[in-house]
Design a protein around this ligand. Structure first.
Ligand SMILES: Nc1ncnc2c1ncn2[C@@H]1O[C@H](COP(=O)(O)OP(=O)(O)OP(=O)(O)O)[C@@H](O)[C@H]1O
Ligand SMILES: [Mg+2]
Length: 272
């Protein structure tokens, strides 16, 4: 059964079309790896599923648990069970970590959790992600190192207990031991929920179960396959896709042209 169904999704940011007709289903407890060259729409897809208002859906539909969520606000989507671990988690000065986690958890429950139960959940989560419990009293992400911010996203996931987890480059900024810790947590959670995981590297994917791999190029799914695709990309990059007829974005070509133009300008300047 599908937890998420995306149909012919077109998304624009500031009038620029980024996603150009994307169709995707995610099964309830399956893990999808999402790869693709920089700037081709991976984060845009995750932010759009989460309901970030900066990303405008110009066409298409998103269904979650068979309910049309295309026009729902982010907090409503969160209550339904979607969670996004962000590529660049924001610092929120003045908001205490514990207060934030308690409010997040309570917004997903009918009755507020008792303090005793909450601290049990909190302790277990801190233990699992190996963040010192003293950090719970600091403000949300304020002054956190890159790796601590990423671990804090996983901590939130454990506390909120969502049905679908979107992780955007959760491994970036993590040291080798921290990647092991985060992968272990993900692995323990994989049979309970769906995952859509963006990473550029095989290291994280090697440590978890991956049911399916999709490659996003130029706002569309260019390839849909199995885990062997990850090794291929790790070793060969993305250039081979061109031979398979995959069209890269105009921007890549434009970059190539503009670089050429600059080089010509430089050469002309030198000749004067
Ligand atoms: N808020 C924004 N304002 C302007 N352009 C944006 C914004 N968000 C995304 N874009 C543009 O949309 C395109 C896709 O960006 P996106 O962040 O989805 O790429 P990505 O595949 O996640 O890349 P990366 O691998 O580098 O994280 C890029 O050209 C980016 O500059
Ligand atoms: Mg991104």
């Amino acid at each position: 059964m599908s937890i998420l169904r995306i149909k012919d999704l077109h998304v624009a940011v500031k009038d620029k079309e980024i996603l150009k007709g994307l169709t995707l289903d995610i099964d309830t407890t399956k893990t999808l790896a999402l790869l693709g060259p920089n700037g081709n729409g991976k984060s845009t897809l995750l932010q759009t599923i989460m309901g970030n208002p900066n990303y405008t859906i110009t066409k298409g539909q998103i269904l979650f648990d068979d309910k049309d969520i295309t026009s729902l606000e982010a907090d409503e989507r969160s209550k339904l069970g979607i969670f996004l671990g962000m590529q660049y988690p924001s610092e929120v000065p003045g908001v205490n970590n514990v207060d934030f986690l308690k409010a997040s958890l309570n917004s997903h429950r009918e009755k507020p959790i008792s303090l005793f139960e909450f601290y049990k959940v909190l302790n277990k989560a801190y233990d699992k992600v190996r963040i010192p419990f003293e950090m719970s009293n600091r403000n949300l992400n304020e002054g956190f190192s890159g790796g601590e911010k990423k671990k804090n996203e996983i901590l939130q996931m454990l506390i909120i207990d969502p049905k679908l987890v979107l992780l955007d480059e959760i491994d970036s900024g993590l040291d080798v031991d921290a990647i092991q810790t985060v992968a272990q947590v993900i692995k323990e959670e994989q049979s309970k929920r769906g995952f859509l995981i963006v990473s550029h590297y095989a290291r994280l994917y090697d440590l978890i179960n991956v049911d399916r791999v999709i490659i996003l190029v130029n706002g569309k799914i260019a390839v849909d396959g199995d885990k062997s695709l990850i090794q291929k990309i790790d070793q060969q990059g993305y250039e081979w896709l061109k031979q398979e007829g995959v069209e890269f974005s105009d921007e890549r070509q434009m970059n190539a042209v503009s670089l050429g133009t600059c080089a010509t300008k430089e050469a002309l300047k030198g000749a004067k």
